[in-house]
Design a protein around this ligand. Structure first.
Ligand code: GDP
Ligand code: MG
Length: 370
């Protein structure tokens, strides 16, 4: 008989794994995210969450918005998108700040950096790297659960004095589940209690084999505090990016993903979009999640107004009808009427889903089990 892990089912249902675990527990089945359940149980869960009633496929929701792949000869190299994960206090924020300091363009822009959920650094050789500024595996898994796979490379930060901790192991598991390559940054090597070798050994227990231990995972010793090893880390990111052959067509209507969105007092709804393909331009009409809009202004991570943003560039977008959700896709469409039509359709689907996924009573749950 067919089986599926709770996590995988949650992904397919676009629901939180934890909610499925909770429901299963109430149904008398104490299982974890990584355990498998049989088809009957899976079907029961699907019904429980109301999905078979309003099972709307992505293509219906998208109303045939262009999903075609770009022809080989239209593809150009794009910057890698990097997420930093690791245990609390191991130095994620410090490392993000230190890496931001390697940007050769920030100085020119007057050093003003905005927090928009992602930033891009330009190296001396002009190559660029985009960092998601929302560290932590929650953001990462939540995006994935919503079908958005924006991360190309994960940097796993492990403090050399503290070693592998629960959230380190969680981050390893999430990264593996996503099939995203990992670079291990062994941080705080400036401390005299630091024991990088111990970290490498402990990683083996979790099937992460770094190069020094005969494996293929790159590792690098850094000190975010003393800004040591950063060039080495950047080089390893570039190397990994090269292996991935990251490319996108910059010359088409833009598509992207919401990284962050909020209602700004002065500016109205604002979303940070990471462009995945095409080029987003001022004046473009778009649909984003269940909202629509027309790009009124684009602001980059240095606070500068820009006219356009290409693949792997994070940019703040003004001119939305409302606040979308992190992980929502953005697509440029041909007309405002079309954008509104798609957004309204999606609003309808969302509302319908909300009403049918209201938790059922225990009674109906158990009668369904018979
Ligand atoms: P996060 O919780 O993973 O974001 O960790 P933070 O970046 O906030 O860092 C946690 C603490 O570790 C702070 O007090 C940092 O100053 C310190 N820290 C971060 N990186 C280093 C490092 O390379 N060396 C030393 N000695 N301390 C560091
Ligand atoms: Mg932090």
């Amino acid at each position: 008989p067919e089986t599926i892990t709770v996590q995988e089912l949650a992904n397919r249902m676009a629901e939180k794994g934890a909610d499925l675990v909770k429901t299963l527990f109430k149904m008398g089945m104490p299982v974890t995210m990584t355990q498998t359940i049989d088809q009957d149980t899976a079907e029961l869960l699907v019904t429980e969450f109301g999905h078979n009633i309003v099972r709307v496929s992505a293509s219906d929701i998208d109303l045939q918005i262009d999903t075609t792949e770009d022809a080989e000869d239209t593809l150009a190299p794009r910057a890698p998108v990097v997420t930093i994960m690791g245990h609390v206090d191991h130095g994620k924020t410090s490392l993000l700040d230190a890496l931001r300091g390697t940007d050769v363009v920030a100085g020119e822009a007057g050093g003003i950096t905005q927090h928009i959920g992602a930033y891009q650094v330009t190296q001396k050789d002009k190559s660029q790297i985009t960092f998601l500024d929302t560290p932590g595996h929650e953001a990462f898994t939540e995006m994935r659960q919503r079908g958005a796979n924006v991360t190309d490379i994960v940097i796993l930060v492990v403090a050399a004095d503290d070693g592998l901790m629960p959230q380190t192991i969680e981050a390893i598991n999430h990264t593996k589940a996503a099939g995203v390559p990992m670079i291990v940054a062994i941080n705080k090597v400036d401390k005299h209690e630091a024991n990088p070798q111990r970290v490498r050994e402990r990683l083996l227990e979790h099937d992460v084999q770094v190069e020094a231990m005969g494996g293929e995972t790159q590792d690098v010793e850094v000190s975010a505090l003393k800004k040591q090893g950063l060039d080495d880390l950047v080089e390893k990111i570039q190397l990994q990016a090269e292996l991935l052959e990251l490319r996108a067509n910059p010359d088409r209507p833009a598509e992207g993903t919401v990284i962050e969105a909020k209602l700004d007092k002065g500016r109205g709804p604002v979303a940070t979009i990471l462009v995945s393909r095409g080029t987003l331009k001022v004046g473009d009409v778009f649909v984003v999640g269940a909202e629509s809009g027309k790009v009124r202004a684009l602001i980059d991570d240095k606070g500068r107004q820009v006219k356009q943003a290409g693949p792997s560039a994070p940019v703040e977008v003004l001119g939305l009808s409302g606040v979308p959700m992190a992980g929502d896709p953005l697509q440029v469409v041909e007309s405002e009427a079309r954008a509104r039509e798609v957004a309204e359709y999606r609003q309808g689907v969302l509302n319908q889903k909300r009403t049918t996924t209201a938790p059922a009573s225990l009674e109906t749950m158990f009668s369904a089990l018979k």
